[in-house]
Design a protein around this ligand. Structure first.
Ligand SMILES: C[S@@+](CC[C@H](N)C(=O)[O-])C[C@H]1O[C@@H](n2cnc3c(N)ncnc32)[C@H](O)[C@@H]1O
Length: 310
């Protein structure tokens, strides 16, 4: 253990320099599912304990100290998996407090896990903690989780990408204390038309975001919007509307945090084209070789890697 204060700025700069020089050798030594040395940064998923991954569950069940992301990690999950562990809420703590806490516990032989909501790779600020820990000599790694936009899509019984409706997905956040106005791209994504725009960290600002969309000529005020509050929690709620009226509805419900805002036609699940990946089955037999559709079906005989993985 050391009493030296943690210099998080230097840790982040040093990690940046190291990454510019090349990949960390561990990148090729481990897959994303491996249990590794050090402190795991675990994606807790959207809230329901059943949506924690098997690997995440094994690690959390075994932990002595769980540093978690406060109200975004559901109390049901903490109660089910962390009953015997010391719990520390990271909200309101800076790196200079969190890093020595995790470092000292790890060095004294305790099993430490860091629990982020959803997936740590999405608006999780995990990397700066990992860099600061590793500079202190404590290795760390990520265990992925189910991000909240995926849970919201499941609740809505839709897909974020939908053939003929949405070919792209944008994970974004609106302007605010962290994001300058010129870096807010919500309107550009929505204007593209075939994008499902998933707004994180924007529950308190739905009306503002929609007002900005209404000012744009390229945005149809009737574009569907779904807001899923606490996706997968017992008190999950779904509000649906359009760019023109969703702000009012969310304000009436009183939600100021913890909701996913999905903008785009895919939020409804309506109007999609059948994918030609399953062409023959959906046609009830072999395609008519003379029809245009059969050409698409023939294309599907040599699926792209992505289609094959679907
Ligand atoms: C700091 S970000 C963390 C995102 C998280 N890493 C993820 O992958 O979902 C917090 C935002 O995620 C969204 N969020 C997290 N959990 C949610 C849930 N269960 N239901 C809906 N939105 C959620 C909300 O937009 C919230 O403002």
């Amino acid at each position: 253990m050391t009493d030296e204060p943690v210099d998080s700025r230097a840790a982040i700069d040093a990690a940046g320099d190291r990454r510019t020089d090349g990949l960390d050798p561990r990148v090729r030594e481990h897959t994303a599912g491996d249990t590794q040395d050090g402190i795991p940064f675990i994606g807790a998923g959207p809230g329901d304990p059943g949506l924690l991954t098997v690997r995440g569950k094994e690690l959390v069940d075994d932990a002595d100290l769980v540093v978690h992301a406060g109200s975004l990690v559901s109390s049901a999950l903490l109660a089910e998996h962390c009953a015997d562990a010391e719990l520390v809420n990271s909200v309101g703590k800076d790196l200079e407090e969190l890093i020595p806490l995790m470092r000292d516990a790890h060095e004294s032989g305790r099993t430490v896990v860091r629990l982020h909501s959803g997936d740590p790779a999405v608006y999780g600020a995990a990397l700066e903690q990992i860099d600061a820990l590793e500079r202190e000599g404590v290795p760390a790694y990520v265990v992925p989780g189910v991000t909240s936009s995926f849970a919201a899509a499941a609740t809505l019984r839709t897909q974020l990408t939908l053939n003929g409706v949405a070919n792209h997905v944008a994970f974004t956040r609106p302007r605010g204390k962290t994001l300058d106005a010129e870096d807010d791209h919500v309107a550009e994504f929505v204007e593209m038309g075939d994008v499902t725009t998933c707004i994180y960290l924007g529950t308190h600002a739905v009306t503002d975001a929609m007002d900005r969309l209404l000012d744009r000529d390229g945005v149809d005020p009737e574009t569907p919007v779904a807001v899923v509050y606490h996706a997968s929690w017992d008190d999950e709620d779904v509000i649906t509307g359009t760019v023109a009226d969703i702000g009012e509805k969310v304000e009436a419900a009183g939600y100021r945090a913890s909701a996913m805002v999905l903008i785009g036609e895919a939020a409804t699940g309506a109007g999609y084209d059948r994918s030609y990946l399953y062409g023959d089955w959906a046609n009830g037999g072999a395609p008519d070789p003379a029809s245009d559709e059969s050409n698409d079906t023939r294309d599907a005989a040599e699926p792209t890697e992505t289609e094959a993985d679907d």
